[in-house]
Design a protein around this ligand. Structure first.
Ligand code: MLT
Length: 299
């Protein structure tokens, strides 16, 4: 495996299986609260996030802590020398001089390519933790690992599952990355449900929610990504794409409802206790999957 994890296209069935198996092992180890003795104590990592994050940031921090890797946070970019005109390239040269791993989330899609060139020349590890509205490959990986576990429990067969992606498809990097991974893995059909102005780029059939819900094994909900602009929220009512009581009544008894989180109002909190709600589990699988990914990149 290459030392960097940058694109959803890197997700293969072999990687999902490896991450599934290793993340399960890490979960057991973590719950035992014994020293996991993973011997990564000589590595150092830096988190460079110029966009808000709770889950991705903290699951990576928890994963680094679990592996025994010390880390630091780049902090507010306005406190760095970029404020004095330093280039992004020189900034990453500096980071890769001090750190073995950089975990990067950026609103500027082009920063990833610059950082990757530097990571390669320093033979260091770069992980894409969210690239503008384009890709979120570690989210797609943890989504697939979650699904692989539940697929086994639900006796769903790879190749014949049906998934729908609900909401802001065009601006949702998590939604697009999940769809790409699921399609590349050949796991089944994909349909998209959402307001017309937010589903223009979908290469999958765009269908009405009421029609798709009752047939779907996997429902991947997403929030409205207003921060990326481009579309006025006044053009549609996002509540038409929420899991209200009527929509919940249409779900298959063994449907798997995922959400990359954070949520808006598209999943009301009472649904959290429904046996078909898997997003809090998905969040937890994310921690162990990211630990397993970092381990695989370092070995
Ligand atoms: C992301 O960073 O893309 C999240 O995981 C999903 C979201 O923000 O809606």
């Amino acid at each position: 495996m290459s030392k960097c994890f940058l694109e959803t296209s890197q997700i293969t069935q072999e990687l999902v299986d490896q991450m599934n198996q290793r993340s399960k092992h890490f979960e057991v180890l973590d719950q035992s609260k014994k020293d996991p003795k993973l011997n990564f104590g000589s590595y150092r990592a830096c988190l460079y996030f110029d966009q808000p994050s709770t889950r991705t940031r903290h699951s990576f921090i928890a994963a680094l802590q679990f592996l025994g890797i010390s880390y630091s946070d780049f902090g507010d970019t306005r406190r760095s020398s970029m404020e004095k005109g330093e280039s992004i390239q020189d900034t990453f040269k500096t980071l890769f001089t001090y750190y073995d791993i950089v975990i990067l989330r950026t609103s500027d899609e082009s920063v990833l390519d610059v950082a990757h060139v530097v990571a390669k020349s320093h033979q260091k590890t770069l992980i894409n933790a969210g690239q503008g509205s384009k890709e979120h490959p570690t989210q797609a990986l943890l989504d697939c690992v979650t699904l692989e576990r539940e697929r086994e429990n639900h006796k769903l067969l790879r190749g014949s599952m049906s998934a729908i992606i609900v909401g802001d498809y065009d601006r949702g990097r998590a939604a697009k990355s999940f769809a790409m991974a699921y399609k590349n893995l050949g796991w089944g059909s994909i349909q998209v449900v959402g307001p017309a102005p937010l589903t223009k780029t979908s290469e999958y059939p765009v269908v009405p929610l009421s029609k798709a819900l009752g047939e779907a094994d996997i429902i991947y909900m997403t929030r409205l990504q207003s921060e990326y602009g481009g579309v006025s929220d006044a053009e549609f009512d996002y509540q038409d794409y929420a899991l209200g009581p009527k929509e919940v009544s249409l779900l298959k008894p063994k449907a798997i409802v995922l959400h990359p989180l954070p949520r808006g109002k598209e999943i009301p909190e009472p649904f959290d206790t429904d046996s078909r709600a898997y997003y809090w589990k998905q969040e937890k699988v994310g921690f162990y999957t990211r630990a397993a990914l970092i381990e695989a990149l370092l070995l």
